[in-house]
Design a protein around this ligand. Sequence first.
Ligand SMILES: NC(=O)c1ccc[n+]([C@@H]2O[C@H](COP(=O)([O-])OP(=O)(O)OC[C@H]3O[C@@H](n4cnc5c(N)ncnc54)[C@H](OP(=O)(O)O)[C@@H]3O)[C@@H](O)[C@H]2O)c1
Ligand SMILES: [Zn+2]
Length: 347
Amino acid sequence: MNDLTLMSLAAEYAAKARPENTFENPRVGAIIVKNDQILSTGFHKAYGMPHAEIDAFNHLRDKDSVVGATMYVTLEPCAVRGKVGSCAEEIKQWQLSRIVIGASDPNPTTHGKGIALLRQAGIQVDILNTQDSIRLNPAFHHYFQQNESYVQLKLAQSHNERVTVAPNVQTKITNQVADVEIHRQRGSKSAILVGSETVIVDAPSLNVRYISITHRQPLRVVIDRRGRLINNQLINKQGWLVYTENQAFSEREPNAVLMTAGLPGILKDLKNRNMQSIMVEGGPTMIKSFLKLNLWHQFIMYTSEQLLPDNGVNGLHLDQVPDHTSYVGNTKKTVYINHRRPSCLQE
Ligand SMILES: NC(=O)c1ccc[n+]([C@@H]2O[C@H](COP(=O)([O-])OP(=O)(O)OC[C@H]3O[C@@H](n4cnc5c(N)ncnc54)[C@H](OP(=O)(O)O)[C@@H]3O)[C@@H](O)[C@H]2O)c1
Ligand SMILES: [Zn+2]
């Protein structure tokens, strides 16, 4: 088996991890090979769990067999890692003869440093520059390479493109099967963002439910330029952040910050708060603003089978060829990719 074949196999292991579990960490896979035999495989399963390289080492039946072996790993081994030490430092002790890396890590804490540490230890390091890690971790690569948060838009609408039965009436569009999928999407994001009208009409909790997560809940972000949420009990709790243009509101509400630089200013501020990925969950007015300003990277539209009355709030129609469509139960999932923005490859 050649290097590229073994690297795609490592990528298949990386893909076993679910984005809602790895959260802001990349999905990474690793394989340890010796004399044309695969000795072990591993992947990073969840935020806080062993990294792929360590997982593969832990799966070795005979730990001594690692001496003189080759490791294939989809992303550069980390160089800095708090109390437990980095993978590069750990790997140095194994006496591998060679390590083959799919892509260098765009995170400046590791970028090139993991490779340097391994080379200093006398290990032969080869970098293939494959696209697997970028495809598996679009938000991670985008955030560090483009220095901006990755924006995913999400809207659920009826078959006839309505989001409610009537104005100001909370309306359930998705069924339980689709809800689990949407909560998986939430679970992989640093922040969830909605418009003020959605908070007023739906009083959404905007947290991850239906699935269990071991990392923090996403930050809940609301845009309320006029300060209509001034006495709202939902947004004054921990974990909420409100952007407003109303100075009096921002002075009275500890969770509200004054922002007069529009959506680009908000996105810049969220990047400065280290928000790697943002899921914009509506409503349609907010989604349309992001579309109009071309401030998005991926758009997921969930379309239910139901028909809602014509006087319901309008959803939207995107005049673009979808990247792919699938079904979540009987809900249609349509994924659009924005090709007009500099971005990394996406899955
Ligand atoms: N089906 C779904 O996926 C889904 C998801 C969420 C909500 N909904 C439904 O959608 C309805 C609400 O939709 P909506 O479209 O009226 O409201 P929305 O998008 O939640 O909020 C609209 C508000 O956002 C602010 N806003 C809009 N554009 C902005 C921009 N460019 N910059 C900053 N702020 C901006 C404006 O408030 P200010 O001018 O006061 O700032 C505007 O009134 C609700 O009935 C809700 O149930 C459906
Ligand atoms: Zn690591």
